[in-house]
Ligand binder design. Structure first.
Ligand code: NAD
Length: 524
């Protein structure tokens, strides 16, 4: 069995197949530690991407609900910031334990709402869980600095929370990205208002995992109001950007939304960290371990149906390695495309019919530009899921910069292949790309890897590692067009994002002054 249904201990929303849900429940808002039925007049249907059956309806939270969430977070901040670090740490220990307990439940919610396979959804939870686990070490991460300036004077610095902070999340990692934000924000004493994903007013996706996380945080002992969840599209985002009580915004998503959120948020005086889109290149050198490299590239290009910001979406073959594409195609053909709960499914559907149409349109644009589609996943329909948004693994050769399939983030199971003659050309090509999220090189040569690592302009470099997402003791370090703002998610930078420095300079004279003298008015 791929997962044990006996570990399923909750009824609510825990579904482990793609059967039609007879009476889909509405998604609730979470305010003041309560799941509340929204009074929304606008609802957005959320479909199972494998079947397009209705899973739930998600509210466009009303203005009263949005305000109530911030009221609750503001009120909670007053007492939460005064709790001891050890109290917050104990809650985080419990929270980690509960995420582990309900790991399958979280993963099932992700597979149902977002489409990725159950095994991959477990990885989505894991990468967020690791951020929460790392936050448990806060007692040694938040120590300040102290300088004895003179025998009776010292200056010390420490980090204080900001207040109410907000997170605006994308559809593709329904557990990981909320967990990039929540643990570092609350362990440092902030309170949080979170908005899970919505897309283009067509559907809201994946709010289920965030709500389960909220429920687990409450069970772990998080006081009322420390974590709130609201829903909706642009009106909710604008509310968060303009509400003066919100001090910082964490955003992960597409370029357009990110640029808007960054400029409006910072114009309103908020801190904004924004992780955006990507076009991640993998360079394969002639001396690479061929099978290791091809396996890694197939996994990184097509896993999660290519809907990862760190997916490999461009393969740069150096010299003769262009002849390895035939083997790459054979390896990709072995992947099973099906509903995410199906045994042995390697990749599931893409998020929506609109996304499928967009991906297939970009594949067609490559054909129109004279490229060769050596593996074509368009129109793929698993027998059991004729109505899902499936696209099979697709590989396109003869691609060049300037073509839409190269320039645009496809965000689907599509790998475009560019051939160059030398490592220098591969570096030049990659550096000329506007994005700088992740990059990988496959080689057995230390000097080649060292040159690559030094000269490449991407924030996350993998050497024989296809998706080099750093563990949470480091930070997620995209650069160039893949990021706006200067403090990265999680790791030390994440703690700095959610805290502000205070310095205290203290003078403790050992003797009382003998007499009142004429005061000095000069800058000391
Ligand atoms: P998206 O931009 O459509 O949505 C992300 C969030 O922004 C949602 O909560 C949505 O409500 C909000 N939003 C969207 N359009 C908006 C608008 N016009 N005005 C105000 N708010 C708006 O992104 P998505 O499709 O959910 O996620 C996929 C994108 O996210 C890809 O580009 C992917 O590369 C990127 N991503 C980046 C990282 C990273 O760390 N760099 C990680 C995951 C995803």
């Amino acid at each position: 069995r791929r997962f044990a249904t006996t570990t399923v201990r909750r009824e609510v929303g825990y579904i482990v197949n793609h059967d039609k849900i007879e009476n889909p429940q509405n998604t609730k808002v979470f305010i003041d530690n309560q799941l509340i039925e929204s009074k929304a007049s606008t609802w957005i249907d959320l479909h199972d991407p494998a079947t397009n059956n209705l899973v739930t309806r998600v509210p466009q939270s009303t203005p009263d609900e949005l305000t109530a969430a911030v009221d609750s977070a503001e009120k909670a901040f007053k007492s939460w910031r005064r709790t001891t670090l050890l109290t917050r740490q104990q809650i985080m220990f419990k929270f980690v334990q509960l995420i582990r307990r309900d790991w399958d439940r979280l993963a099932a919610s992700i597979t149902l709402e977002q489409g990725k396979t159950f095994a991959d959804a477990k990885g989505d939870v894991l990468r967020g869980l690791q951020v929460a686990e790392t936050a448990c070490g806060i007692t040694s991460q938040l120590t300040g600095e102290l300088l004895e300036v003179s025998t009776d004077m010292e200056t010390r610095s420490y980090r204080e929370p900001l207040g109410v902070v907000a997170a605006i999340c994308p559809f593709n990692f329904p557990a990981m990205i909320p967990l990039w934000c929540l643990p570092p924000a609350i362990i440092t004493g902030n309170t949080v208002v979170m908005k899970p994903s919505e897309r283009e007013l067509i559907e809201i996706t994946s709010p289920g995992a965030a709500l389960i996380i909220a429920e687990l945080a409450k069970e772990a002992g998080l006081p009322d109001g420390v974590f709130n969840i609201i829903h909706g599209s642009a009106p909710t985002v604008d509310f968060l950007l303009d509400e003066p009580r919100i001090k910082a915004i964490s955003f992960v998503g597409s370029d357009k939304a990110g640029a808007y959120i960054y400029s409006r948020g910072t114009a309103n005086g908020k801190r904004v960290q924004a992780n955006l889109g990507a076009k991640n290149h993998a360079i394969i050198m002639p001396d690479a371990n061929k099978s290791q490299a091809l396996n890694a590239i197939v996994g990184a290009a097509f896993g999660a149906a290519g809907q990862r910001c760190m997916a490999v979406s461009v393969l740069v073959t150096v010299g003769q390695t262009k002849e390895w594409v035939a083997d790459l195609v054979e390896a990709a053909k072995k992947l099973k495309v099906s509903g995410g709960f199906e045994p042995n499914a390697d990749l599931g559907p893409v998020i929506s019919p609109q996304s499928k149409a967009r991906i297939e349109g970009l594949i067609q644009s490559a054909v129109d530009d004279g490229c060769e589609v050596v593996l074509d996943g368009r129109g793929y329909k698993p027998d059991k899921f004729p109505n899902g948004n499936f696209v099979g693994p697709t590989i396109i050769t003869g691609v060049k910069p300037g073509m839409a399939c190269y320039d645009i983030e496809i965000f689907g199971p599509v790998l475009v292949v560019v051939n160059v003659d030398t490592l220098d050309e591969a570096i030049e090509l990659t550096n000329a790309n506007k994005y700088g999220n992740g990059v990988a090189i496959f080689t057995k040569s230390g000097p080649v890897a060292a040159k690559f690592q030094r000269e490449i302009e991407a924030g996350q470099v993998g050497i024989n590692v296809p998706i080099p997402v750093p563990l949470p003791m480091f930070s997620f370090t995209g650069n160039k067009g893949s990021i706006l703002g200067d403090l990265n998610f999680y790791g030390k930078a994440g703690l700095h994002f959610y805290t502000q420095l205070k310095t205290v300079t203290a003078l403790w004279k050992s003797d009382d002054a003998a007499a009142i003298e004429k005061a000095s008015v000069n800058m000391p």
